[in-house]
Design a protein around this ligand. Sequence first.
Ligand code: ADP
Length: 624
Amino acid sequence: MKQFKTESKRILDLMINSIYTNKDIFLRELISNASDAIDKLKFKSLTDGNVKSDFTIRITPDKANKTLTVSDNGIGMTDIELEKNLGTIAQSGTLSFKSENKEDLSENLIGQFGVGFYSAFMVADKITVISKAFGADSAFKWESKGAAGYEISPCEKDGVGTDIILTLKEDTEDVKYSEYLDEYKLRSLIKEYSDYIRYPITMEVTKTKIKEGSPEDKPEYETKREIETLNSMVPIWKKPKAEVTEENLEDFYRSEFHDFNKPLKSIYSKIEGMVNYDTLLYIPAKAPYDYYSKNYKKGVKLYCNGVMIMEKCEDLIPDYFAFMRGIVDSSDLNLNISREILQQDRQVKAIATSLEKKIIAELKKTLESDRETYEKIFTEFGLSIKFGVYDNFGLKKDALKDLLMFYSSKKQKLVTLSEYVKEMPEGQTEIYYACGEDYDKIDKMPQIEKAKDGGYEILYFKDNVDEFVTKILGEFEGKKFKAVTDADFSTATEEEKKELENKNAENKGLLDFIKETLGEKVKEVRFSSKLKTYPVCLTAGGEISIEMEKVLNSMPNSENKISAEKILELNSEHKVTEKLIKLYNDDRETLKKYAVVLYEQARLLEGLPIEDVSAFVMGLSEII
Ligand code: ADP
């Protein structure tokens, strides 16, 4: 009996005690090793000038003996290679095992080794490897029951290649190891993890068929044992672009991601550069029902050379593109099995950076060349992109700002910020916007009427995040953002402004009286240049807009209510103003009631709740 090298023993212990909850992956690891062994022999045979073509990986479950065998006719191993490759972990290892790390054998560390083969100890008590190396006369057997050690002895084997025979563990209450002898289970594991291995993975399966010569109207059935290839071998993303149609891509999407809807867009790309990878990405037609909830898990399937290593690799996709689904396949990755390691993997990071750029470029291209599709994408997932601009204090704002779209009062559809700026009339120096619950309500805001009359385009913000996005952006192409509810928003000419100043001065007594009546509720009362048919509106003077007040106060943890600095603006052309002037001269008690009613009305128009319902109702009733 030979001992494993110390470091191997430690890793073995961890394997046997299964730190990995996902035991299924052992099969993927063994198949991947088999595929590598075939690759090596194939290469040899190519240079030998005598190309073999019957390469297969054979899976043989044996229920009677409780063994599962993975066989390949690849390069095989000599006794020396068996010793070297299977007696030591990390033969192919990236990291030499440092002595100071010995006590700290975390899962993290493990991921950096080639632990593939040893993962079989998660499901097996005993592993027997029978191998005959290419060019060798005799075969050898390597056998181990785990941590105790292993033995190597000569044995018989017909062809070149390797059989890995796993004697499965006894079933426990928690884990049914015997499941791995199940035809259905094996079939689905191979489909799931190893479908695109380039060599056929075969298994003898039971098939029910119509008996030959049995009458058509009364068919008789018989079961037959047949060798079946379980994997499809060629991944669609490995095919040359010219051979893949849009329809192929859509079909693949539907079956792979179980979505009935046609995707809005597919991105099929072979990237070569700092890192090399093939990618096939999709934008679904609809956000999944839980998309904006905490339960939603983003990520793309990660493959390394046709072997799936992660079902949902989160780190490849930024949060604001969490809606993307798809596949990344790179030959530059190590076949790591630990998630934690992948997160820190340099290659994964490089792919993520490249992928992000690729997606942004593709979206921009779509915006330019296929507006209709882009609008659909933005309608469904624009909110996500807006959060991307806003998150991390605007770290990504420059990369993403051109992807933003907002509803335009003029066009009555979505426009980009650059389109807005291009169409600004001469003299307009800021990007105008208005916030509200929906487009219809925004359209009815008092301030909108006049601005629209003046020929100005206003962007309608109906998502809470919209105004925060403008704050983070600060400006777009040198133009600042201005809410129509801002106190200093005005489309008036210099002349009109002068006139307004005069009016304010003439009626200072009245305006001061209303301000005094309303007290702390408002900072100022003044005549407005913003109104056409409405008598009043509220505007915000300080940093916090009325919309922000609404949003911030609606958050679950907002203990200290936030309040925008409000200015009550009156329409000097409105009949109500005549009445106010009259009351100021004749009946100041009634004027107080008018002041309260007008203030509450202005709140309502801004979508704010009435502050003092009873004062409002009583006041209004008396006035009527
Ligand atoms: P890795 O595959 O990451 O190198 P493993 O522990 O899975 O690590 O395998 C160790 C080594 O054993 C492999 O590098 C390979 O040389 C050899 N090996 C494993 N399985 C086979 C096989 N089926 N045929 C030939 N060699 C194999």
